[in-house]
Design a binder for this molecule. Structure first.
Ligand code: AMP
Ligand code: MG
Length: 333
């Protein structure tokens, strides 16, 4: 009897101590962001402030942001998170040998992807814009945050900001003693720990061809970040043009891939690589993965084959209505 009472008391205490789930939705960076945390509500206010602060620093359209004034005057200083993000982004441009190039912005704009006024740019104008694209010409002092751009160059961190942000949010939650949380920034997901009951988070991966799920990833303590042609595109004369640009040509990347999902512990890396490996195409992306040890990937090709790297064999499952799709595993040997 005594034992039963002790057990019941423990059960009550345990249930009483279990952190509650608190959630919020924030609209920022043109994205619906959902934050879900097992812990104290107050941390969500801090998280929201962090999101708005980063957006105010790195928005390329908001007058007065650090990036806006840098782009409009050719020089300036980035501080705090913007400095860290620029530093990380430049390292990833270099790691991907320019498949990611944050100075592609004027080219992206000429296709109308920044305003929604889509058009196929004139060839000569495009060649002229492309001649100014080269991340190596960004003069950046990581100590002071001083940046100077070569003439007619403008930069945009849109390809890496959400991944950087999700990692910052997870770090903020961890600092506040939280052990279980999930952030979903417009389909880019990052998890802290497991679910409170110890089970893995189930993250859906979008089918790039339909409004349905390709499959599900079971993860803990990881980011899952996707770049897909379907996310932003327009059609003209029967051709589809999407927002991921090959810096070698200035045109939408025609690499044979239609979506790339990167899974790893660091959000910034995953975001940068989702864009860069889309540009590289399957073969180069697979070689890049073979030479790396900090991420796994899912590739979907335009002929509708799904390739996963070997580290995802046990964590990725095709959804029921996609179970007939061809699934290939990329291995290191
Ligand atoms: P993401 O959704 O992370 O793949 O980022 C795509 C966005 O990054 C686009 O909307 C462009 O603003 C920008 N972008 C497109 N191509 C590149 C590229 N090759 N390198 C860096 N940024 C790019
Ligand atoms: Mg990206």
């Amino acid at each position: 009897m005594k034992r039963l009472a002790a057990f019941l008391l423990m059960l009550v205490l345990l249930t009483g101590c279990a952190p509650k789930q608190v959630s919020t939705t924030v609209f920022a960076m043109d994205t619906v962001m959902k934050l879900s945390v097992y812990g104290d509500e107050a941390v969500l206010d801090e998280a929201e402030a962090l999101i708005h602060q980063l957006e105010a620093q790195v928005s390329v359209t908001r007058e007065g942001s650090e990036l806006y004034s840098l782009n409009h005057t050719g020089s300036g200083t980035v501080t705090g998170h913007a400095k860290e993000l620029l530093d990380r982004a430049l390292a990833l441009c270099s790691r991907t040998d320019g498949a990611l190039d944050i100075s592609i912005y004027p080219v992206v704009r000429s296709w109308g992807f920044t305003t929604g006024e889509y058009r196929v740019p004139d060839e000569e104008a495009l060649a002229s814009l492309l001649s100014h694209v080269d991340y190596k010409k960004i003069d950046f002092d990581a100590g002071s945050g001083a940046v100077s751009l070569s003439p007619d160059m403008e930069i945009d961190l849109g390809s890496v900001t959400k991944g950087y942000l999700s990692s910052c949010l997870i770090a903020l939650f961890r600092e506040n003693g939280i052990t279980s949380a999930l952030v979903n920034l417009g389909g880019n997901v990052q998890a802290l720990g497991t679910k409170p009951d110890g089970s893995l988070w189930q993250v859906a991966v979008q089918d790039p061809k339909n409004d349905s799920y390709l499959g599900v990833l079971s993860i803990a303590d990881q980011a899952v970040i996707t770049s897909g042609g379907y996310e932003r595109y327009f059609e003209e004369d029967g051709k589809t043009y999407w927002h991921i640009i090959d810096p070698a040509t200035g045109a939408p990347a025609q690499s044979g891939l239609i979506s790339v999902t990167i899974v790893g512990t660091d959000g910034t890396t995953c975001d940068a690589l989702s864009t860069a490996l889309f540009v590289m195409g399957l073969e180069n992306a697979a070689d890049f993965w073979t030479a790396s040890d900090d991420f796994e990937a899912i590739f979907v090709t335009e002929d509708n084959t799904v390739y996963i790297t070997q580290g995802l064999q046990d964590s990725f499952t095709l959804s029921e209505d996609h179970s007939k799709m061809e699934l290939q595993v990329i291995t290191r040997d």
